[in-house]
Design a protein around this ligand. Sequence first.
Ligand SMILES: [Zn+2]
Length: 80
Amino acid sequence: MKTVDFRPCECGIKRGFLDRRAAGKALGRAQAKRDRQAQRWEGAHPMQRENRVYQCDYGMWHLTKQSRRVYEERVALHAA
Ligand SMILES: [Zn+2]
């Protein structure tokens, strides 16, 4: 079995990556997985898609999901 490339961070987030590259790789894997699920759930909105990486105050990198609120604001913006 493959070793995990993330570990808990002091900020409280369970998945912390040591550098941006590792986080980016994990982000790509997460997105590929979501895309496969999205194809299966035809018409479903990708609410829980991890869409970017950021570095926290403790120096580790994390994936962040687009929040439902942000998504809805964006939809409202485009509908206007
Ligand atoms: Zn952190």
